[in-house]
Design a protein around this ligand. Structure first.
Ligand SMILES: Cc1ncc(COP(=O)(O)O)c(C=O)c1O
Length: 413
């Protein structure tokens, strides 16, 4: 532990003190929060920013000539630049604010189905996908005869990349794939997938909901056509997310929604859409969320995403080693390249039972299918217990989880 902190050059106690919720108790025991894959906790800086906007500056953006409106509009556009630099987008107008990863995928699915994806076309997803990257397409494809093709995973939970060429055909219009599996933690070889897709002139959408908080993302280096993520999984509030799209694609695609702010002119006969990115931001956006997202990103950048990645990798290594020492515990997802989460079951003990007993001990984990039912089917189970770790978690907390699992065992065996 001391070694980790020394080499990381960051003070875990100071970091934990930035997150007020981490000092609360649950069932009279210190909270151990291992449900970061579902949502992350918020640092005081983000909470303060929300309060600051509502107490000092609140006003609708891009609509007023007065001081408050100018202030919030400028802060909102500055947030776009913060996101642009965070993911290294070429232009800030390639960053569209949405309600989250789900909102972003639905938006692209709808736009693509208006003028790009036609009946009988295909898109390729993977067996690892969250329901967001399955159902969003099915909703748009309904009755249109468009097909989903699925890249399978091997027994380690890694994508079987060798099968990709045989799935690609002249009907393939998009590959939409997760960067990191929210259930198994697998980090997918997305750069390779993007390169293969581009050899066939197929655009690629990357679902980064479980990636941006753990690893450096550079959309220009990846050369992805779209990249989406949710603010709440990277220490920002709920209800704000990002849709990155290459300019050429965002220019080409029609808007998903109509309304205020996304137009240049409106008459009853004809509407001319606004320029990028406003074409895709209809109505009053979650400008407070966007401003707070920038604060969260700056907080992460202050610690350093590389430091976060190194620290979390050590947490993962320790947790894997510790949990593997429980003979009855089966880990699902043994990919070589994994983000800091572990999915497991203890023998035949139901995941809900394990989760509920851990809760009594103040430990928050996620149980169930993690919105990946097709993956559960592939694994032949109906759910797992998932411990997903963030940079504010500690080795001591992993020990508490281990002791909790020993207690679970004692209750059942
Ligand atoms: C991989 C992945 N994609 C998409 C989503 C959907 O994110 P949201 O509910 O924030 O829109 C999640 C949420 O858990 C996820 O893990």
């Amino acid at each position: 532990m001391a070694l980790i902190l020394k080499c990381m050059n960051f003070d875990i106690n100071k970091i934990r003190a930035d997150f007020p919720i981490l000092s609360r108790k649950v069932n009279n025991l210190p909270l151990v929060y291992f449900d970061n894959g579902a949502t992350t906790q918020k640092p005081q800086a983000v909470i303060d920013k929300i309060v600051e906007i509502y107490t000092k500056y609140n006003s609708n953006i891009h609509r007023g000539v007065h001081y408050l409106s100018n202030y919030t509009s400028e802060a909102y556009e500055n947030s776009r630049k913060v996101v642009q630099s965070f993911i290294n987008a070429k232009y800030s107008h390639e960053v569209v604010f949405t309600s989250g990863a789900t909102g972003s995928i639905n938006s692209i699915a709808n736009s693509m189905c208006q003028n790009y994806i036609k009946p009988d076309d295909e898109i390729i997803i993977s067996e690892l996908e969250h329901h967001s990257n399955i159902v969003s397409w099915q909703v748009q494809f309904s009755g249109k005869g468009v097909n989903l093709k699925v890249l399978p995973v091997n027994d380690f939970g890694e994508l079987m990349l060798e099968k990709l060429p045989e799935l690609i055909s002249e009907k393939t219009k998009l590959i939409s794939i997760t960067h990191v599996s929210n259930t198994l933690g697998t980090i997918n070889p997305i750069k390779e997938i993007i390169a293969i897709a581009h050899q066939h002139n197929i655009p690629v959408l990357i679902d980064g909901a479980q990636a941006v908080q753990h690893t450096k993302v550079d959309v220009q280096d990846l050369d992805c056509d779209f990249y989406v993520f949710s603010g709440h999984k990277i220490y920002a509030p709920t209800g704000i997310g990002v849709l990155y799209g290459k300019e050429k694609w965002l220019d080409k695609l029609p808007p998903y929604q109509g309304g205020g702010d996304m137009i240049t002119s409106v008459s009853f006969e004809k509407t001319i859409f606004n320029r990028l990115p406003f074409k895709f931001e209809a109505g009053t956006t979650n400008y407070v969320g966007a401003i707070a997202l920038a604060t969260a990103i700056e907080y992460v950048q202050n610690i350093g995403i590389e430091n976060i990645e190194t620290y979390e990798k050590q947490l993962l290594e320790y947790a894997t080693q510790k949990l593997s020492s429980i003979p009855e515990l089966i880990i699902y997802g043994k990919a070589k390249n994994k983000a800091s989460m572990i999915s497991f079951l203890i023998d035949t003990i139901h995941h809900y039972d394990t989760g509920m007993i851990l809760d009594k001990l103040g430990i928050a984990v996620r149980t169930g299918s993690h919105c990946t039912e097709p993956l559960m089917k592939r694994l032949g189970i109906d759910g797992t217990v998932r411990a997903s770790m963030a940079f504010y978690n500690t080795i001591e907390e992993i020990d508490i989880l281990y002791n909790g699992l020993e207690r679970v065992k004692k209750m059942f065996f």
